[in-house]
Design a protein around this ligand. Structure first.
Ligand SMILES: Nc1ncnc2c1ncn2[C@@H]1O[C@H](COP(=O)(O)OP(=O)(O)O)[C@@H](O)[C@H]1O
Ligand SMILES: [Mg+2]
Length: 315
């Protein structure tokens, strides 16, 4: 088995006001993977990252980073980690070069200009190295935050909501940059509430809701489960029953046979909408209107939570 980069056991956080933001989180992140922590706002993503990085004081449980306890052996554990926080925090009047170099010094690492150069080039910031950060666009500022996090050559990079407030173009180039970091062996953990981001980036996805990890799975398996679409056909003539020749499809009649509902996953092969349309036509079934409905993240969470509640009751 590959070594876990991060091993989280029964991690709990109750804030001073009594709010329980993490209730017994167990999670192993594998070395070298891209792991997406997916969950709605307020689920506890930033708290979890903070507790691993030593910014938030956990009230129970433990975290090991490459085998080092993140409290007893804080310095060693922290040295493995680069953190790009959700909120951009940096000295706006400093230059890109100085900011990134200084971040490296903070970790007690000897100066290494050629490495800083490499990071800035990798993040397309090289031509901005002498610019003050306040003069940069939002996307560039975010890349400076990534450069800072990479300055001490961490083996693990945390990206907390990297795409929040970032335009589509930049998002795509950032995803490419993250993949290229993975290629050089960096373990990446990102938080997001965008399904597409988890889908695009992650090897594995963990879903967090109300301070609990409710599911961890390979991305492909999860997207198959999550990506259900529904097409609702309003029919000209009500149908009494679904024709036998259509039985291979997941079709259900509603509204006294006036609506035909087709549910499918775009990730399943051979179950595509054009086959269904052809088959409807062959059976003389004519829709007068069509609505497409994609399960939203919200619905998926509700679905997963309901599933979990049912399992808990059975167990
Ligand atoms: N310092 C704090 N004191 C009290 N509650 C907090 C504090 N920080 C976060 N919370 C609460 O903990 C929950 C999880 O927050 P957070 O980890 O930021 O969620 P996420 O990053 O998933 O949006 C939220 O309900 C939030 O309001
Ligand atoms: Mg957050």
């Amino acid at each position: 088995m590959t070594q876990a980069a991060i091993s989280i056991k029964n991690l709990e956080k109750t804030y001073d006001n009594g709010f329980k933001a993490l209730s017994g989180v167990n999670l192993d992140v594998r070395a070298g993977e891209i792991f997406a922590l997916l969950g709605p706002n307020g689920a506890g993503k930033t708290t979890l990252i903070g507790a691993v990085c030593g910014i938030v004081r956990a009230t129970g449980g433990s975290v090991e980073v490459f085998g080092h306890d993140n409290i007893a052996d804080y310095k060693a554990a922290r040295s493995y980690i680069g953190l790009v926080p959700q909120e951009l925090t940096t000295d706006l009047f400093e230059t890109v070069w100085n900011t990134v170099s200084f971040s490296r010094e903070l970790f007690g690492k000897p100066a290494n200009p050629s490495m800083i150069e490499d990071i800035l080039k990798r993040l397309s910031l090289w031509d901005k190295k002498d610019s003050e950060i306040r003069t940069l666009s939002g996307g560039m500022k975010r890349r400076v935050m990534i450069a800072k996090a990479l300055s001490h050559e961490p083996r693990i990079l945390f990206l907390d909501e990297p795409s929040a407030g970032v335009d589509v173009e930049l998002r795509t180039s950032m995803w490419q940059q993250v993949h290229s970091l993975k290629d050089i062996g960096v373990t990446i953990i990102l938080t997001t509430h965008y399904i597409e981001e988890a889908e695009e980036m992650a090897d594995r996805v963990g879903i967090i809701s109300k301070g609990n990890i409710i599911l961890v799975d390979e991305k492909d398996a999860l997207m198959k489960k999550m990506g259900n679409k529904q097409v609702v056909f309003d029919l000209r003539e009500p149908l009494k029953a679904i024709p036998k020749t259509l039985s291979q499809y997941n079709l259900v009649l509603e509204n006294d046979g006036n609506k035909l509902v087709f549910t499918y996953s775009p990730f399943e092969q051979g179950n595509d909408i054009s086959n269904v349309l052809d088959n409807l036509k062959e059976n003389g079934i004519r829709p007068i209107d069509i609505q497409v409905h994609q399960s939203s993240l919200e619905e998926i969470f509700i679905g997963l939570l309901n599933e979990k509640n049912v399992k808990d009751q059975v167990a």
